[in-house]
Write a protein that binds this ligand. Structure first.
Ligand code: DAH
Length: 349
């Protein structure tokens, strides 16, 4: 009997040595330990033995069975290890200690223009205010003298929330809150209200190269005793000359906006031809840039300020337009596109 066992042992070792993969090992396992396997077959011969023999034979078969089980398990591990090594060696070389190759980020052109304007206006004593993008109908329209059913609402269709609030269609929506915030200092301490409030605005518009449903404006207001149109012209001219880094001529044309009286369109001398006339300015020498005006008495009153005592000017600078002019961007849609190739070419000066 022990001879038979040795035979099995030797044949098994031979086969195990030659097995190269997991499948071959599984076949060997079945051949020796399976239901009809060699070791199982040995067990079955036990019934012909005496009790005495049975005991020692059974022990020997068990030893053999354990040997085979362990040898297979060890070989499985070895093969797995080998396969892993092959996989690792076939990977492209990767140097974990190499310095990372990072693309440098850049500011968005609107951010650049916004920061520039903020720097200039704060150097002239203006506070910079932030305001939410979701506002009430009152803030966006009623408080700036655009009552319900006023035709001016047609040009400012926007996106409405189910609770009646809306995405602000212009930064003028923050005017009321600004007046309320600073009126005490104005009335009690005689401090003029000087604030700018840049912000993202929304309109329900079909988009094309010149129109977007999302764009940026920067509103500015100044309220004090005896504020006049000359103050408005001075501040706008100073600011724009700084932004464009050259002396800018400005002119005012009448324009209608319900929240200013009188209201104007402020034009600047053409940046390309300097006022001579060229295709960019349609030969007129002027570019339309910034609507503005003297704050309407009703708007001051809604903000808790007595229009008999105080006057002020307001302007709504189209920051998206300004960025396009400053950087020569032809299609407004590029600005919201996330196309880094077109957005990352502008740098702060
Ligand atoms: N809110 C106006 C718009 O988006 C722009 C505007 C015009 C703002 C005149 C002003 C202003 O402050 O005085 O169409």
């Amino acid at each position: 009997m022990s001879e038979k066992m040795n035979e099995i042992r030797q044949a098994f070792s031979e086969k195990l040595r030659n097995a190269l993969n997991a499948q071959a090992l599984e076949e060997i396992r079945i051949e020796y330990l399976g239901k009809k396997g060699a070791v199982t077959g040995l067990m079955k011969t036990m019934k012909d033995l005496s009790n005495e023999e049975k005991k020692s034979f059974g022990q020997q078969v068990n030893v053999l069975k354990n040997e085979i089980t362990e040898a297979i398990a060890k070989k499985v591990e070895q093969i797995k290890q080998k396969e892993l090594e092959i996989e690792i060696n076939s990977m492209p070389e990767f140097d974990v200690s190499a310095p990372p190759v990072l693309e440098r980020g850049s500011y968005h052109p609107i951010t650049l223009v916004q920061r520039e304007c903020e720097r200039i206006f704060s150097s002239m004593g203006f506070n910079i205010e932030d305001y939410s993008e979701i506002v009430t109908d009152y803030e966006c329209f009623e408080a700036v003298n655009i009552p319900k059913h006023h035709p001016a609402r047609d040009m400012q269709d926007t996106y409405y929330l189910t609770n009646g609030q809306l995405l602000k269609s212009h930064t003028s929506a923050a005017q009321n809150a600004i007046y309320r915030k600073y009126r005490k200092a104005l009335v009690e301490e005689g401090k003029p209200i000087k604030a700018i409030f840049p912000g993202r605005c929304f309109r329900n518009e079909a988009t094309d190269a010149c129109h977007e449903n999302t764009f940026f404006q920067m509103e500015g207001v100044m309220v004090d005793r005896n504020i006049s149109i000359s103050n408005l012209i001075f501040f706008m001219k100073t600011m724009l000359s700084e932004v464009f880094q050259k002396d800018i001529k400005v002119r005012l044309r009448p324009g209608f906006f319900p929240f200013v009286e009188p209201g104007f369109e402020l034009d600047i001398s053409c940046l390309i031809c300097g006022g001579e006339g060229c295709p960019s300015c349609k030969q007129s020498g002027w570019l339309e840039l910034c609507p503005c005006g003297m704050i309407h008495p009703e708007v001051l009153r809604a903000g808790g300020i007595d229009p008999e005592e105080y006057t002020g000017f307001a302007f709504g600078l189209g920051m998206t337009r300004l960025a396009m002019m400053k950087y020569g961007i032809k299609d407004i849609r590029d600005l919201n596109s996330g196309n880094l190739k077109s957005l990352s070419q502008f740098t702060a000066e």
